[in-house]
Write a protein that binds this ligand. Sequence first.
Ligand code: 5GP
Length: 224
Amino acid sequence: MTKERTGIGSRGQSERPPRVFVVSGPSGAGKTTLCAEVIRDLPWLEASVSHTTRAPRPGEENGRQYHFVDRGTFEEMIRVGQFLEWAEVHGHLYGSSWKSLEGRSGGRDLLFEVDCIGAKQIQKKIEGAVLIFIMTPSLEDLVRRIQRRGAVSGAELAMRLQTARREIRQVAEFDFLVINDRFTDAVDALRSILISERCRLDLRAGHWIEKWAREFDRLSELPS
Ligand code: 5GP
């Protein structure tokens, strides 16, 4: 195995498949803010950019937060099998394309922020995907956070809570749970999970054993 395939070191990692991290949890739990914060200081990690049929919010740019497409385009992408996963969330379609696994720069690992249906699809399709569930300590906190983000109607709040109830039932199928109470603690927890999973001894072990053995061989060739 070449160095490029080891996954350790910051350069030349483009030949190995990325490690896939999936962050999910109810709307309002703080996934987006947490992910943005941890990604800022992990240069080996990048956020996958999803496709969506929802309209851009003020300040959002096409290709940055999302690829904004119309429903016809999205449905055609489903038809031709371009999505690794997709789901309908609160009346809009969201999906991560297979392309997002290939298009990453510098062989970085990938962080997907998706709803729970999407997370389960990724778990089935990508061996070794690490699933992280984010939730507030209480439902009361969740409601407060949803309302803090802007005016939501009673009907919309009820819909979000109904979805949250379904999502919470799936927490046991995730690998990690981060309770977003104090923001800095949640950032530390998420960052620690990402870093320790990156250091997990996996298929790369063989490469390193061979490499160090070669180095020992070379060392023994040196005149003493
Ligand atoms: P928002 O519209 O607030 O950015 O996202 C709404 C919900 O859609 C969030 O729960 C978010 O995690 C989810 N979401 C965003 N991108 C994707 C995606 O590519 N696939 C799936 N399944 N859900 C997504």
